[in-house]
Design a protein around this ligand. Structure first.
Ligand code: COA
Length: 267
């Protein structure tokens, strides 16, 4: 299915194409783009469709309006959840974020405002995070008497380290984009007016890299980090060997020797 086909069936997402870059915008500005069940399901379908669309080589994820990226899970749904329902909700959210992380293509989070709770968790599942200088990030679940459920306790600890993660998780404090940069939670901070252009520019830069090599780097980092070091090294070596079977390796090395730009085809 092409992304153009699925785009019609979304109520809470917008998908735009700019060449080989797809931009997903979570579009519920009245509730600061909070993620309800329907939006999560739409995200799941959109990500799968873009993953399988070979003409898409990089994705930008952002929120509608100027105020918010995603202000978390929809608290209206959280307020009435049962224990079994809460477990299911968390598993569903974790699954969608795993799909983002394992999409095999770079996903740039363009954090245009509040990235709180599930919004911060979703940004952490992206490959690279760029924040507007006006953005605020945090895991405020503790202030609702709950805890993160979309793997926030895990990804935050892995990205910023255990001590910093525990402080953010236990205080529930919102931090500025600059503070998030200092902690290593975002890769860079740009003026709000330039955010989307910067994110698209980076996505376009990554979109012309060899797609299989990109996928193997993503796998090497994400899967390898969960393995003991010696196994991760063997895993990397195997991916290194596998990449040697691609046309793109031949093209990349040949183009270098011929002093021209390579043209990668993803084969
Ligand atoms: N779920 C459902 N609705 C939400 C929401 C969420 N996570 N976040 C914001 N909204 C709604 C508000 O209820 C409000 O609705 P209303 O206009 O019908 O009253 C609307 O979005 C605007 O939010 P508001 O709180 O008025 O904006 P603000 O500028 O005063 O504050 C925030 C912005 C982000 C600080 C505040 O909305 C907030 O704390 N949101 C919840 C964040 C959170 O705890 N997320 C984790 C959930 S697990």
């Amino acid at each position: 299915m092409s992304s153009e086909t699925i785009l019609l069936s979304f109520e809470n997402l917008k998908i735009d194409r700019d060449g080989s870059v797809a931009v997903i915008t979570v579009d519920r500005p009245k509730v600061l783009n909070a993620l309800n069940t329907q939006t999560l399901d739409e995200l799941r379908r959109a990500i799968l469709a873009l993953k399988h669309d070979d003409s898409v080589r990089a994705v930008v994820m952002t929120g509608a309006g100027e105020k918010s990226f995603i202000a978390g899970a929809d608290i209206n749904e959280l307020a009435v959840q049962t224990p079994a329902g809460g477990r299911e909700h968390a598993i569903r959210g974790q699954h969608v974020l795993d799909l983002i992380e394992h999409m095999g293509k770079p996903v740039i989070a363009a954090i245009n405002g509040y990235a709180l709770g599930g919004g911060c968790e979703l940004a952490m599942a992206c490959t690279i995070r760029i924040a507007a200088d006006t953005a605020k990030l945090g895991q405020p679940e503790i202030n609702l008497g709950i805890i993160p459920g979309y793997a926030g306790t895990q990804r935050l600890s892995r990205i910023v380290g255990r001590g910093r993660a525990l402080e953010l998780l236990l205080t529930g404090d919102q931090i500025t984009a600059q503070e998030a940069y200092r902690l290593g939670l975002v890769n860079r901070v740009v003026p709000a007016a330039e955010l989307l252009a910067e994110a698209k520019k980076l996505a376009a830069t990554l979109a012309v890299k060899a797609p299989l090599a990109v996928r193997f780097i993503l796998e090497g980092v994400h899967k390898g980090l969960e393995m003991p070091f010696p196994q991760a090294q063997i895993f990397e070596a195997t991916l290194f060997g596998l990449v040697a079977s691609t046309d793109d390796m031949k093209e990349g090395t040949k183009a270098f020797l011929e002093k021209r730009k390579p043209e990668f085809k993803g084969r």
